[in-house]
Write a protein that binds this ligand. Sequence first.
Ligand SMILES: [Zn+2]
Length: 375
Amino acid sequence: MRLYRIFLLLIFFSSCYTTTQLATTSAVVDITRADAGNAKKARPRNVVLMIGDGMGLNQVSAAMYSTSEPLALERFQTIGIHKSHSADDLITDSAAGATAFACGVKTNNSYLGLDPQGKKHPSLLRQAASKGYKTGLVVSSTIVHATPAAFFAYNTNRNAYDSIAADLPGAKVDFIVGGGKKYFDRRKDDTLNLITQLREQGYLVTDYFEQDYASWTVPDVPRVAFFTADGDPLPVVNGRDYLPKASVDALNFLSRRERKGFFLMIEGSQIDWGGHANDAGYVITEMRDFDRAVRAVLDFAERDGNTLVVITGDHDAGGLTITGGKQGDLECKFSTGKHTGGCIPVYAYGPGSDAFAGFYDNTQIYHKLKKLMLD
Ligand SMILES: [Zn+2]
């Protein structure tokens, strides 16, 4: 009799445990489904678009295998692929590539902010600014180089730097860090002083000559522009180190001032230049620097909870291939001194990030961001 009671009790407890366990499991499933549903509908308050110029999957791989320290890019769970070709060439340049991301149109190589017929397409940055968002551009090239230029300029010639610079004051970008001061105050095309124009629009304008970016504290002003070089900024191996700090400064500056949200574009510009130079060390050091900026942005987005981070490249450069070696000591070869036509990875985190999984044209980066942020 006593044994029978114990047996019944055991059955009771084991069935309770099983029921509880099942209930808990199904509750977990329901919550997960609910979160997935919310994530699909979620609108980000802020958007950070990070572009590794010349960053294909092989550049990411080389950086990943270059040391034992994992990349911040490895933290992303939502990954997509984009087709990088331009309107007039299977091999895009950075002007057409950035115009696809910034303006949503496939255009000819060398065109900025224009479709192949020459029609202007206002960028996400210009549209966000006109709707009351705070905006920023942080790059490790000149600020008039093709990728940042597609976010504020209209031009059929990506090399018309004086003309491109003249479009910057009207774009009302709140936080600007990049090189190329000479295109603003010692111009070949005319005698305009665009730095004076920027100051008249409420900018605090300063540069590398007045102080090192590393020791600069961003002043409490409505708009700021820091020129990090007269022409091209240095490569990381020659001492450039501002991109991660400038990314953090941009996030702090814009998040303190925004009333509606912000749009920030950060470019690791010189990964591409390492590819053109067929210099694996140059590619890897620039990739690692860009990844330090990625880490800072991702840490911010995780704390903030309302920031969508999308990271991609515009194209591969150099056709870098890992042919052997071992972790920390890679053997790499290059197939060209130009760009190649391979598809490019996209990494996304935050509200709305689900939209960036899949296989799509580079112009869809614009359309997906616009729908999530501005429509
Ligand atoms: Zn290039």
